[in-house]
Design a protein around this ligand. Structure first.
Ligand code: XUL
Length: 534
């Protein structure tokens, strides 16, 4: 019997599945189900319920459960060998929370295969909808929690991140403040990941350390619930939280619901799930300190493992636990493709002309710097959008194209220094990673080689690999992360882009000038703002 492992990914807009055959080292099945299209009766837009308040973003947990039934039904119909699946794990959009009442635990253990999951789950929620990561309605609660914990630096030091609107703790606090009766009726709070794992395991699942770190509730070093954070959030919270667990921990056999209904093997193991970012680093094969992932999308994200826990004193970057047992960072720069496209469009160029502009200008841009904060920026925190130039005129098209890319790469280098990790190889992914001219600037600024990796569904693949790891560990095989992931990720690493040593020396000097200009600009913005509000 082949060793198949199933990885699921419950994301904002869809539920995806990947099945891997561990011995033949192949992905044997891939499928995605879009919530809006497959389940239109929930009336979501891009997976989110419409709301009059633009800051409020909720989704219905029953939609995620119904999607799970639908996806299993499709896999069965399409002849996926579900009986050969040894273990199932999954990935969930981070931070979103599900609120169970006292009936939930009993209902989960007695899931009836004659009924649908939706029918089985009727009456088990103390809150009908789930706030998700796109919700930004909790600024007041963030302030309250941050103050109780001793400020930005301290909050980040204790929980891995400053208090952020989308994080679960501030969301729970808002629920407690605005609907105390429903909060009182809440017996158990789950993340999207642990909610889905609970369905598969037929019991309330633990929250894993990776996703747990995105709550502002977990002691990032001890990997345990942090009493001060719980007290700062809501009363009697400890009793409503499940235990924490390693990301690859086996919960137990899969629920008989999935055995009877879809033909899963009764000995198949249900694992703890994690968040999409922790799962993705496994799916991309980034499992050792020194490997860094950079995703170039609408926003650019920088993520990489850290063997030791360090936190960002400015509270801009996040620290989560990596499924491998190390730590990982996630630093999100909002003005990614957003800014590259804005500058390109300003000068009426297409991508070929943009790349030619990079070729026509020297590394270091003769000292020309552009801070491309076309929209408010997350790292560094900038609330007033604007373009800021030094030694650079707005009438120099080519130099401005180089300046936007150099600034983005210098900002990544500067704002990841707190990690104290030496990047030895960068794994570039996301839409703009197809552009070799941009990757060359990345290699030169970071002073290390860059490889492009194209992994579709990296979170679901990561989950399947975590299922394999957890199953092998339970079998007593002492699996090694690098070996487990290499099978699926190494062949996808295409030709390497090497740094140009001379250019790297130029950027080492330029980093100081960039940092100084950024600091001066932030000071100027703060001053203008304080005069305006005085
Ligand atoms: C991470 C974050 C998002 C979500 C949705 O902090 O908010 O990446 O995990 O993908």
């Amino acid at each position: 019997m082949s060793k198949l492992f199933l990885g699921l990914d419950s994301s904002t807009q869809s539920l995806s599945a990947i099945v891997i055959d561990y011995d033949s080292r192949k992905v044997v099945y891939e499928h995605s189900l879009n919530f809006d299209q497959a389940l239109p009766h929930y009336k979501t837009q891009n997976g989110v319920l419409p709301n009059a308040d633009p800051l409020v973003k909720h989704s219905p947990p029953l939609m995620w459960a119904e999607a799970l039934d639908l996806l299993f039904a499709r896999m069965k119909k399409e002849g996926v060998r579900l009986g050969d699946v040894r273990a199932v794990s999954g990935s969930g959009q981070q931070h979103g929370s599900v609120y169970f009442n006292t009936r939930a635990a009993g209902a989960l253990t007695k899931l009836n295969a004659q009924k649908s999951l939706v029918e089985n789950l009727r009456g088990v929620f103390s809150r009908a909808t789930s706030p998700i990561w796109m919700d930004s309605s909790t600024s007041r609660e963030c302030g309250e929690i941050r103050r109780r914990l001793g400020g930005i630096r301290k909050t980040a030091q204790l929980t891995g991140s400053d208090a952020f609107e989308r994080f679960t703790g501030p969301q729970i606090r808002k629920f407690y403040k605005t609907d105390r009766a429903a909060y009182e009726k809440t017996a158990s709070i789950a993340l999207v990941s642990s909610f889905m794992a609970s369905l598969l395991a037929g019991k309330i699942a633990p929250i894993d350390h990776g996703d747990g770190a995105g709550m502002n509730l977990m002691d990032i070093r001890k990997k345990a619930w942090l009493p001060e954070a719980l007290a700062a959030t809501a009363p009697k919270l400890r009793a409503k939280l499940p235990p924490l667990a390693d990301s690859w921990q086996v919960i137990g056999p899969v629920s008989s619901y999935f055995v009877k209904k879809y033909g899963l093997n009764p000995v198949a193991r249900a694992l703890v799930w994690s968040g999409d970012n922790p799962c993705s680093i496994v799916g991309l094969g980034i499992v050792r300190e020194g490997m860094t992932g950079i995703s170039l999308g609408t926003s650019d994200t920088f993520f990489g493992p850290m063997a030791r826990c360090r936190t960002d004193g400015r509270g801009e970057g996040h620290v989560f636990c990596s499924p491998t047992g190390d730590y990982m960072t996630l630093i999100c720069f909002k003005n990614g493709s957003l800014a590259r496209e804005k500058i390109r469009n300003t000068y009426g160029m297409d991508w070929n002309e943009f790349n030619q502009a990079l070729a026509d200008t020297p590394p270091g841009n003769h000292g020309g710097i552009l801070l491309p904060w076309c929209e408010s920026e997350i790292v560094p925190r900038v609330n007033v959008p604007g373009l800021h130039r030094e030694n650079l005129g707005a009438g120099e098209p080519s130099a401005n194209c180089r300046a936007v890319v150099e600034a983005q790469m210098l900002a990544m280098r500067l704002h990841s220094q707190w990690m104290k990790v030496e990047t030895r190889r960068i794994y570039a992914t996301g839409g703009a990673s197809a552009n070799s001219a941009i990757l060359q600037v990345m290699a030169d600024v970071m002073g290390c080689p860059v490889v492009r990796i194209q992994v579709s569904k990296s979170a679901a693949l990561g989950a399947a690999l975590m299922a394999a790891y957890g199953w092998l560990a339970e079998e007593g095989e002492k699996p090694d992360w690098e070996r487990v992931v290499s099978v699926f990720t190494a062949p996808m690493a295409k030709s390497e882009i090497k740094p140009n040593k001379k250019a790297t020396r130029v950027y080492e000097k330029m980093l100081k000038a960039y940092a100084e200009f950024e600091r001066a600009t932030l000071r100027r913005i703060a001053k203008v703002k304080s005069i305006a509000t005085a």
